[in-house]
Structure formats: C-alpha cells, structure tokens
Design a protein around this ligand. Structure first.
Ligand code: PXG
Length: 407
C-alpha cells in the first residue's frame, strides 16, 4: 500500500468524517509548491482558501514565528504582552480604522462583529432591548458556529443543528433594492462578503459595496464587511471593498492575517463602534497572543512590502483572460477579481470534482466549490512562469479532448 493510502486509511479510522478531501497527503511546502508523502510535487492553486497568500513558510513569517516562540507564546488577556500593541497598530494603519479586536479564527471574528453591531444598536442607535436585526445574504458563507449556520441558506450547513438564534433577515446577494426594503427601525447591521467565496466565487454588480455603504449610512445601519477570504490582497486590491472605495464600518479579517502558519483573525472599527466593548464583554484565551501577534505583524508586512495586491491584480487579470481564451466544451464561465477565480463547469459536463481530481493527478491542486465551480486561488507570490505551468494543465483538463466529462 502506498504511504498516501496508509495515511488516508488512518484518518478515515480516527477522524470525524466531516470532510471529503482530495486523496493527496501533503508533508512539505515551500512558496507555491507542496510535496506529498510519496514524493510527488504539486503547484498549490488553492492556498488554503486564501490563508496562504504569502506562500508556504514565507521566510520572514517563519523567522518571526521562531523568534517569538523563543521568547513568549501565550499570556492570556489577563496580562499585557509586548507584541499585541505593535501588531494592532500596524493592522489599524494598514486598514485605516481606529481600533482592532484580535481573535483567532474567521468564525470567531464574524461572531465578534455580530456582537459589536448588536451592542452598538442598543447603546448608540437606541434599538429596544433584544430587538436588533441583522441583514445577511442568500448563499453566504461566514463560518460554522451555530449562530452563523443558523442564517446560512445552504440546507446541509443547517440540517440537524437547530434551534437557531433569531434576529437575522436574508435578502438576495447583489441586490441593493432588496437591502433598502429590508431595513427597518431595528436594523443594526448588514453582513456581507464583497465577493461570495464558498458560494461559488460570485462577483456582485460593479459599485455594489459603494451603494450598500450609502444605503446603510443613510439608515444608520453598520456594514459588516467580511473580508476573511477576499481581503489582504486576494482580489487585486488590499481589500475587495477598495474596488468600490469602501471598507465597511466593521472590517472582518482572518485567514492570510496568520500568513498560513497560525490562526489570527479580528475585527476593525472606529471608536464609535469599538467603544461599546468594556472589560468582560467579549474575549478569547488566545486572541492577541504574542505568537499570533508576531506572526500577524510579519504577515501584514509581507503583503505590503512585496506589493501582493498589485501582483494579484496583474497576474489575476492575465490568468483570467487566458482562461477565457481556452476553447472548452465544459466551461460555462470564468469569473473573479485578481487571483480569486472561479471556473464554472457546465451542468451537462457533470460536477467540478472530477476535473479537480484530473488536475491533481497532473500536479495542480485546487478544489471545487458549489458543485460546479473549480476554485483557483494560488499564493499571491506565484510567478507568471508558474501560472503558465498551471494554465497548460488546466487547458488539457477542461479543453477540447479533456480526459473528464461526457464530451
Ligand atoms: N468568512 C468567510 C468569507 C470565509 O470564507 C469564514 C468566514 C470562516 O473562517 P474560519 O477560519 O472560521 O473557517 C470563511 C471560511 C471550511 C472552509 O473548511 C472555510 C472557508 C473556505 C473554505 C472551506 O470550513 N472559509
């Protein structure tokens, strides 16, 4: 039995069966490349759903991790540590907000934003107790906590996990008229992804976030901008909202903030919102820990110093054009911004998964989302030559004469 098969059998036996990964077992990574336990090399075109924008084991981030690991790793928030301040200062300067609240995972940061918006609603906007409403979008993905899956429109994410928290209203994505109609006197926030990632790389109409912000500002509703997947350079701007000149009232960040080595997330807001939090209102044992803070500071520095948003714009525009040029019996649409790209497979060609398997067999790792979409999101440090390698294989797999699908 190959080592790959042995590892997969072990995981099948000992792990909860809550995932169905591609049958590849990775043991090493460097930059845009990863190696499996049987010595095969792959180009990582998924980058852990944009958590590895800086590439695997970026030397500056690993150096920060190792240096900090040799000094101090965890204090809890019962005491101060000397890394959190410099990290949050840098995060605020990079995003333009007054204050940051550090957490660890994306879902925790989303929960933090929901709590901030509700408390702001009661204390600042004057919404009657327990009446606050938050508007969300159909086809959203914001994480897996019981509150968050409670307002998912995906049957499987909810099925068997109720009862769910009240106070959420769902509207169609990309529809600003629906947003205007849904807002009532007790609405405190609108939670939105500037491009829906898990929903299938759904790009809203041009100017969406700008109109969203205008409507919300006029109605005293906070925009909770979930940039966990789209942020930190992925879409060709520092934040995807920058395409429309808006970053929201609460900016939610995660994934690449940890540089692919450590879970680091958080929310950013100005004083009028962040001042609703007082000691004891909210927190996390690990949030703001010195190891994560050192990693977060280095991760941000790499994105800025290496100009990763510009790189994503240039290479992403190039790659999207080349993907659209592929003569293919299977591709319905190529969409995205920067290096956040979805290749939608036609229904009659079957699901996207067999195409991802064929890519994997040829040394290209990406995965499928929403059944029909191949998600392409390489580390932003990728070179044009490396993208050409991927493009040749993608052309072979989805183009005329493809080894997959009916045609
Ligand atoms: N918001 C957005 C927009 C996301 O894409 C989250 C929140 C939640 O982040 P955490 O760190 O709690 O997973 C995401 C996560 C998965 C999975 O395996 C999650 C994401 C993408 C792909 C797979 O649950 N995005």
């Amino acid at each position: 039995m190959s080592r790959t098969a042995e590892y997969i059998r072990e995981v099948d036996q000992w792990s909860a069966h809550n995932y169905g990964p591609l049958p590849v077992v990775l043991e090493r990574g460097e930059g845009v490349w990863v190696w499996d336990v049987d010595g095969r090399k792959y180009l990582d075109m998924l980058a852990a759903y944009s958590a590895v924008n800086q590439g695997h084991r970026h030397p500056r981030i690993i150096e920060a991790l190792e240096r900090q690991a040799g000094r101090l790793t965890l204090t809890s928030r019962a005491f101060h540590n000397d890394r959190m301040g410099p990290f949050l200062r840098r995060l605020c300067e990079a995003t333009g907000f007054d204050r940051a609240l550090p957490m660890n995972t994306g879902a925790e940061a989303v929960e933090t934003a929901l709590k901030a918006a509700r408390k702001w609603g009661y204390e600042v906007k004057g919404v009657p107790a327990d009446q606050a409403e938050i508007i969300v979008c159909e086809n959203n993905f914001h994480g897996r906590t019981t509150t968050i899956v409670g307002f998912s429109s995906e049957h499987q994410y909810r099925q068997g996990f109720g009862p769910f928290a009240p106070g959420f209203i769902t509207i169609p994505y990309g529809d600003t008229d629906a947003l205007e109609r849904a807002i009532g006197p007790d609405t405190v926030g609108f939670l939105v992804e500037p491009i829906q990632g898990e929903g299938g790389i759904v790009v809203p109409p041009d100017g969406y976030m700008k109109t969203v912000q205008e409507i919300c500002r006029a109605n005293r509703v906070l925009v909770l901008n979930d940039e966990i997947q789209t942020g930190l350079g992925r879409t060709g701007k520092m934040f995807c909202g920058d395409w429309d000149g808006e970053r929201g009232d609460i900016l939610i960040v995660g994934k690449a903030l940890g540089g692919g080595v450590f879970p680091v997330s958080g929310i950013l807001a100005n004083d009028d919102v962040m001042d609703v939090f007082h000691p004891g209102d909210h927190g996390s044992t690990f949030g703001g820990n010195p190891l994560g803070a050192a990693v977060g500071e280095a991760s941000l520095a790499v994105i800025v110093d290496e100009g990763l948003p510009d790189r994503s714009l240039e290479l992403g525009t190039w790659l999207q054009d080349r993907l659209r040029d592929i003569e293919s019996p299977h591709v319905a649409e190529v969409r995205g911004r920067g290096l956040m790209i979805g290749v939608e497979i036609k229904k009659e060609s079957g699901p996207a998964r067999p195409f991802c398997n064929a890519l994997m067999e040829r040394g290209i790792l990406c995965n499928d989302t929403h059944h029909q979409v191949i998600r392409i999101a390489p580390p932003l440090v990728i070179s044009r030559d490396e993208l050409e390698v991927a493009l040749d294989v993608i052309t072979e797999v989805v183009g005329v004469g493809s080894p997959v699908g009916a045609a």
